[in-house]
Design a binder for this molecule. Structure first.
Ligand code: FMN
Length: 327
């Protein structure tokens, strides 16, 4: 399939694996790129720029296809060494960066000077327009359904994607709630040039996480995610578990008085315990409503192949078959 996104990134299929903390390691990124999609290493999961450089080298040893690095810009008292991470990306010869969180304007001159294409992930049309105006090459439009941080506007993709299509000149992919060929065809119909998936890629053979995480996604329905940290304006969609329900009880009890310190036990440093050790009650971890559509743990190659086969069949048989010949 050829779209503005496959052309922009030099990939075969318009399918991107979004950055995921403690999931987006070289194994997953390389598997996605080898299967013809765009794999993305999650920059900040590597504790230092040196470790990111090593992860980039590991990924390059596993694939000769294009892959990217995610840089998430979080508001923080002690910010990570962003200049160091950007330099590691440039020195590593990576040509695609997925930015997320705060506006990446400060880093655009360095990234552009190195010939890097930037896809910015955001949850509103106004942020997408801002990203377009500062020179981003593409947008990942992350709807309310998404796992992770859906923003504070709560606009689902059935509205957000056509709104983006009406306003943006640069190409965009649909992110949040994407699982299969039906998602891809719907996204294309709404104006996107491809899809970005997070949760679906965790439940694959190659995702370097504990099997308990994959089985939790398979077992979950579309009713099993919760929104947390809204009062901190840091809303996150997570899979429910004991820790998440405890966190929600604190939110209810404390209301507007809730501080980040109150919920540290449920959110701070929990990712390694969940993703590597498989302790599924350790804390809050991002997961999309799309879990309700995920019932298996295929290889990445099988997943991408089945998405493309289903999309082709939908377009050429189901949709084409609905058109009445004109008299
Ligand atoms: C476990 C997990 C961790 C994530 N970590 C990040 C991250 O560190 N940076 C980021 O930009 N997005 C992160 N995301 C968001 C994904 O890149 C993607 O935008 C989102 O999962 C899309 O929604 P979906 O899960 O419905 O496919 C994460 C998502 C999940 C499920």
């Amino acid at each position: 399939m050829k779209t503005r996104i496959t052309e922009l990134f030099g990939i075969e299929h318009p399918i991107i694996q979004g950055g995921m903390h403690h999931v987006g390691l070289a194994e997953l990124a390389a598997a996605v790129s080898n299967a013809g999609g765009l794999g993305i290493i999650t920059g900040l999961t590597q504790r230092t720029p040196e470790l990111l450089a090593r992860e980039i080298a590991r990924c390059r040893a596993m694939t000769d296809k294009p892959f990217g690095v995610n840089l998430t810009f979080l508001p923080s008292v002690n910010p990570p060494d962003y200049p160091g991470y950007v330099q590691a990306i440039i020195d590593g010869g990576v040509k695609i960066v997925e930015t997320a969180g705060n506006n990446p304007q400060k880093w655009m001159p360095a990234l552009k000077a190195a010939g890097i294409k930037v896809i910015h992930k955001c949850t509103s049309v106004r942020h997408a327009l801002k990203a377009q105006s500062i020179g981003c090459d593409a947008i990942s439009v992350d709807g309310f359904e998404c796992g992770g941080h859906p923003g504070e506007d709560d606009v689902p993709n059935f509205i957000l994607l056509p709104r983006a299509a009406d306003e943006l000149k640069i190409p965009f992919v649909a992110s949040g709630g994407m699982a299969d060929g039906r998602s891809l065809v719907a996204a294309l119909a709404l104006g996107a040039e491809g899809i970005n998936m997070g949760t679906r890629f965790i439940a694959t053979q190659e995702a370097p996480v504990h099997d308990n995480v994959k089985q939790a996604i398979v077992a979950a329905s579309e009713l099993d995610t919760r929104l947390v940290m809204r009062s901190l304006r840091n809303t996150e969609r997570v899979l429910t578990n004991d820790a998440v329900e405890r966190l929600i009880a604190k939110e209810r009890a404390l209301g507007a008085a809730l501080t980040f310190e109150d919920i540290l036990p449920e959110v701070a440093g929990v990712y390694p315990r969940i993703m590597q050790q498989g302790d599924m009650q350790a804390g809050a971890w991002s997961c999309g409503m799309v879990a309700g559509l995920i019932n298996d743990v295929p290889t990445v190659e099988q997943l991408i192949h089945s998405i493309m086969a289903q999309a082709h069949a939908l377009i050429s048989a189901r949709l084409a078959g609905m058109l009445q010949p004109t008299a």
